[in-house]
Design a protein around this ligand. Structure first.
Ligand code: HQG
Length: 212
């Protein structure tokens, strides 16, 4: 009896000690949650994290992890391994880790233009958008709006996914990238499936899917 009573009292003490160390059990955040925080930091507001991006939009990975954990108090802490898992599971290549640095590959709204590798595009690219923007786009072309670059998709499913963010029945535009490139418009890599350009005049655009 005595030993059972001692044993129970020890486990109760241990449970109390545990609960006083941590009010809530650690919550493993979803890939999407972490990816959105990473995008916010690396595309839009590194200053909130006390970080400065280089001319390519990259920052030291160790500094990035320290800052992300400080601001968001991730528990368990965000690690390079978790970021690599998120990147590997993603449908889009939003981020890259190179030479101990991390950066977003597209989508920046910070002033200026981060340097992206210039490359020859495929013959046709795509852009998914909302019906309400189409007349303006067909007049003035695709503009970067709040981003550094216009975002183009390498395939129709991705363009549809992008357009669905703004319209349940998005309009898909095809871009004659071959002719645009031939005419001197510069294209930049935005990671797997994403291409970037500074603007895309309307003469290279064709509406290929419009379920209005
Ligand atoms: C539209 C997400 C009127 C354009 C997505 C778009 C993408 C015009 C909106 C990435 C226009 C800008 C970027 C003009 C362009 N008149 N509207 N002349 N020119 N527009 O969000 O391309 O998932 O800045 O059609 O998936 O939609 O976060 O660009 O509708 O890949 O990684 O102006 O952001 O990536 O919207 O999306 P956005 P976007 P993540």
């Amino acid at each position: 009896m005595a030993s059972r009573s001692t044993s129970r009292s020890t486990s109760e003490q241990s449970a109390r000690a545990h609960s006083s160390n941590r009010d809530f059990p650690p919550m493993r955040r979803s890939d999407v949650f972490i990816s959105k925080k990473m995008s916010y930091c690396l595309r839009h507001n590194p200053y909130k994290y006390g970080l400065h991006l280089d001319e390519r939009g990259f920052v030291d990975l160790h500094d990035f992890l320290v800052a992300m954990n400080r601001v968001h108090r991730f528990d368990p802490p965000l690690t390079e391994q978790r970021i690599r898992e998120i990147m590997a599971h993603s449908d889009k290549q939003r981020f890259a880790i190179e030479n101990g640095k991390i950066g977003a590959l597209y989508g920046h709204s910070l002033p200026g233009h981060f340097i992206r590798p210039e490359a020859v595009p495929p013959d046709t690219l795509y852009h998914g958008t909302a019906h309400r923007f189409v007349s303006s786009i067909m007049n003035e072309g695709l503009l970067p709006e709040s981003r550094q670059y216009v975002n183009l998709s390498a395939d129709i499913p991705l363009a549809r996914q992008v357009g669905l963010r703004r319209d349940a029945h998005p309009v898909i535009l095809a871009i004659d990238a071959r002719r645009a490139h031939h005419d001197g418009i510069r294209f930049f890599e935005g990671g797997r499936r994403v291409w970037l350009c500074e603007k895309m005049p309307a003469r290279y655009l064709t509406i290929i899917s419009d379920h209005a």
